[in-house]
Design a protein around this ligand. Structure first.
Ligand code: NAI
Ligand code: SAJ
Length: 390
């Protein structure tokens, strides 16, 4: 259920193990493409070959849940959206679970792969299935196995990276493990769905907190006149891994998962027990103000009225090599500068001029700018500064 960036590579890998797959997705165009052997995610390495081999044959895409009625295993990987208060909006998941509940039979297995707050599978997912299927747990099995892929290298991740799975009860865990080990070579059974959910959320928190640390150390190094990158290179060894500084943490995943835990602790009136997660979130999101100040300092070195200075943000996707703008801090930085009345444009090797214009920013060739901020390299180029050596 869900043939998106995460679901389609998984469906293709399962089909590649000789298992007949029915993929359900509400997007008819996507289903048609897949059935005609065309890969809707061309940037996903290795997926072209699998879709051309299995699309419409070993992997049949459909918009109808009833076409999956003969299936015995149902894997749900539809998105979980987040509202402006960072609370999950479960509507898409609920709709998928209720639809699959209507075709579920005795003995079937349901696995949720979407990243969710710990407790969701045994709580909401179980309730939705029981209400829509008239079956009780025990007559069907339910587990969670978080998706750990990374866009661009999903196929190799599914084939090599360790994957975890845990049931809402002991029997569900064992049944799910036995099914998944047929197509996931590096699989670990954990004690519960709740633990499996927490594993994924923890990874996101680890990354967010460590990037916040790198960003803070970067700012301090800069203030002290120390080359952060040289220090980092020699600080990193088996027991120390300092991440890379940045304009903040973007994408669909890492900036969201810490909120699952922060908000839960607020609800339990234990906000003080999630203080590091909150600080890291705020620190990373605040990096765009730090970079705005650095860029403004650069502008001050140019003999032109501030409003005439052309500033180019080079790189606006949320990370290099991914054509995705979701929660991009690079894009947020450009918009922040624009909101200050500055002449800001953007350039990105992975986006066309039209795609840049759609963001509401001007398209600007870095060669035509007075100030260029390369947001991936964190380098600032000032053209013709007044203080340049003669
Ligand atoms: N894309 C990634 O790199 C990763 C994603 N994930 C998890 O996977 C989840 C899904 O992410 P993506 O696949 O990237 O999203 P996506 O937006 O690429 O794809 C979601 C697909 O679900 C379909 N869909 C929506 N409602 C549906 C319904 N009721 N029934 C059937 N299909 C439905 C959409 O049409 C779309 O094709 C995320 O929320 C996240 O938890 C986890 C790790 C990495
Ligand atoms: C390294 C890795 O595998 N991370 C995955 C992550 O994918 P995502 O595309 O969000 O990439 P990411 O490398 O974690 O980057 C997230 C953000 O963090 C920033 N970033 C990343 C590393 C770093 O040292 N410093 C830094 O500032 C990036 O620029 C980006 O804005 O999120 C996915 C998810 O959780 O869904 C997850 O499956 C993946 O594990």
């Amino acid at each position: 259920m869900g043939l998106g960036n995460a679901g389609l590579p998984l469906a293709a890998v399962i089909a590649d193990h000789g298992i007949q797959v029915v993929g359900v997705d509400i997007d008819r165009r996507r289903c048609d493409l897949i059935n005609s052997g065309k890969n809707p995610i061309p940037q996903e390495v290795g997926l072209d070959e699998l879709i051309s081999r299995y699309g419409g044959k070993g992997l049949v895409a459909t918009t109808e849940y009833r076409d999956a009625v003969s299936c015995n295993v149902f894997i749900v990987i539809v998105p979980l959206f987040i509202d402006k208060n960072h609370n999950p909006d479960f509507r898409t998941l609920e709709s998928a679970f209720r639809s699959l509940g209507s075709v579920l039979k005795r003995g079937d297995l349901v696995v949720l792969e979407t990243t969710v707050p710990p407790g969701t599978t045994e709580g909401l997912a179980l309730r939705w299935i029981e209400e829509s299927s008239e079956l009780k747990l025990g007559q069907f099995y339910l587990a969670h196995s978080p998706e750990r892929i990374m866009t661009g290298c999903s196929i190799s991740r599914l084939r090599e990276f360790p994957k975890v799975i845990g049931g809402v009860d002991e029997r569900s865990g064992i049944v799910a493990y036995d099914v998944y080990r047929r197509f996931i070579p590096n699989l670990r059974l954990v004690s519960s769905a709740r633990v499996a959910e927490m594993i994924k959320v923890m990874e996101g928190c680890y990354r967010d907190v460590n990037i916040a640390l790198a960003n803070e150390l970067f700012k301090i190094s800069n203030e002290l006149g120390i080359d952060f990158h040289e220090a980092r290179e020699h600080a990193n060894h088996e027991y120390c891994h300092i991440h890379m500084p940045s304009t903040g943490v973007g994408g669909h995943c890492i900036p969201v998962y810490p909120w699952f835990l922060i908000n839960e602790m607020v609800r339990r009136e234990r906000a003080e027990d999630a203080v590091m997660l909150r600080t890291a979130r705020e620190l990373n999101d605040g990096m765009i103000r730090y970079w705005m100040d650095r860029i403004m300092d650069g502008c001050m070195r140019i003999d032109k009225p501030l409003v005439d200075i052309r500033i180019c943000i080079h790189g606006i996707t949320y990370r290099p090599g991914v054509r995705e703008l979701h929660h991009s801090r690079n894009l947020a930085l450009a918009k922040l500068l624009k909101s200050r009345g500055l002449k800001v444009g953007a350039y990105d090797e992975t986006l066309s001029k039209e795609e840049v214009l759609k963001t509401g920013l001007e398209w600007m060739d870095p060669e035509d700018a007075d100030v260029v901020f390369n947001s991936f390299e964190l380098s600032l180029t000032i053209r013709h500064p007044r203080d340049a050596p003669a």
